[in-house]
Design a protein around this ligand. Structure first.
Ligand code: DCP
Ligand code: CA
Ligand code: CA
Length: 350
């Protein structure tokens, strides 16, 4: 297995805002997707830890968040800014010269195979202090054999934490985490596992793998392996380009996906051209809508494998747009692929 150092930024969007608005530090703050001139509509993208004490969390309607905390501070999401901060952080992480897989706007996994536990901890402390010094941001680092377990360690140690799970501690660590913390166990899988009588990682590890494969296909086998402390996934080095996206303002507002089908096709054509030009594969497809009231909403979908297929973008983007258009009429739509890797010399991995 790969020895992995996993970095996850703390309350990322809100933390970026605290840096720009130091007067808000220490006060409850959410970043949300409301229309430009109307606070507290739309949903909470993230909340700082002061706001979380009130039970506020990502995905919650902002109006409900305000209900939970009267003196809540609200800032409109500025994703371009968070993405540029993210790109700078990734530069720092790359400077260590180890293979780096960028997982999302605020997460990355580094292959540190060959380092001792002590060296891994030292490297982590260095990364944490450089990120703090350069950007005024805290992150949490998890270290373990296997990307999934390093991520779980970082989840557990949040915020501003550092946690190493040694090989001989992995079993007890897994048993100390709830089932929904296992990567790959989303709410649907969680429900289905419950129906199978499995409600903990320990129970999952002792279950019948054939039953899991029956229920979830190859993902069932993966879950079984993870529950047993085996993660065979590799760190796949990300491309220098972090994402490729295109967006366009519509001639007239659209309320259904059928109306935007030709526009969507055009956007995907442009994204595909850029994918081919740069020789990359993607693992995440995103769709975005700017509504007529200027609020923005976005969705993204992570694929099981890296892909360069146009159909894959179409298949994922159209349903996400359909979903987004249920909330209102669109003035602008966008498509984006991310988690990019270079094709050259990496085909053999798939
Ligand atoms: N995000 C979003 N909508 C969501 C969840 C997250 O737009 N439903 C954005 C805002 C987050 C960023 O993605 O700042 C990273 O998401 P995380 O799940 O890593 O959460 P945070 O970084 O905000 O907090 P934590 O400290 O728990 O990692
Ligand atoms: Ca985070
Ligand atoms: Ca994250």
């Amino acid at each position: 297995m790969v020895f992995v150092l996993y970095v996850d930024m703390d309350y990322f969007f809100a933390a970026c805002e605290e840096v720009r608005h130091p007067e808000l530090k220490g006060k409850p703050l959410v970043v949300g997707t409301a229309p430009v001139n109307e606070k507290f509509r739309g949903v909470v993208q993230t909340a700082n830890y002061e706001a979380r004490k009130f039970g506020i969390h990502s995905g919650m309607p902002s109006i409900k968040a305000l209900d939970l905390c009267k003196e809540l501070n609200y800032l409109h999401s500025d994703e371009e800014h968070y993405e540029s901060v993210s790109a700078e952080i990734i530069k720092v992480l790359r400077s260590y010269g180890k293979p780096l897989e960028v997982i999302s706007v605020d997460e990355a996994a580094m292959d540190i195979t060959g380092l001792t536990d002590e060296e891994a901890l030292e490297l982590s402390r260095d990364i944490k202090s450089r990120i703090k010094k350069s950007f005024g941001l805290t992150c949490t680092i998890g270290i373990s054999n296997g990307k999934a377990f390093a991520k779980m360690a970082s989840d557990k140690a949040k915020p501003d934490g550092l946690m190493l799970v040694k090989a001989q501690e992995l079993r007890s660590f897994l048993d100390s985490c709830s089932l929904d913390k296992l990567p790959g166990v989303g709410s649907k899988t969680h429900e289905k596992l419950k129906e199978l009588g499995i409600s903990s990682i320990s129970e999952l590890s002792k279950s019948d793998p054939m039953v899991l494969i029956d229920a979830f296909g190859s993902a069932g086998k993966e879950l079984y392996m993870l529950a047993n402390g085996i993660d065979e996934s590799k760190i796949v080095e990300s491309s220098e380009i972090l994402s490729i996206g295109r967006e366009v303002t519509l001639k007239s507002p659209a309320t259904s996906v059928d109306e935007v089908t030709p526009v969507l096709k055009g956007l995907i054509d442009e994204v595909m051209k850029e994918i081919e030009k740069n020789g990359v594969l993607f693992r995440n497809v995103g769709a975005k809508v700017r509504y007529t009231d200027f609020s923005i909403s976005a969705k993204s979908y992570s694929l099981h494998n890296y892909s360069d297929s146009r159909e894959e973008i179409e298949k994922r983007a159209a349903p996400m747009l359909k979903e987004l258009l249920k909330a209102g009429a669109a003035r602008k739509i966008g498509v984006r692929v991310s988690r990019l890797i270079k094709t050259k010399g990496q085909k053999k991995l798939f």
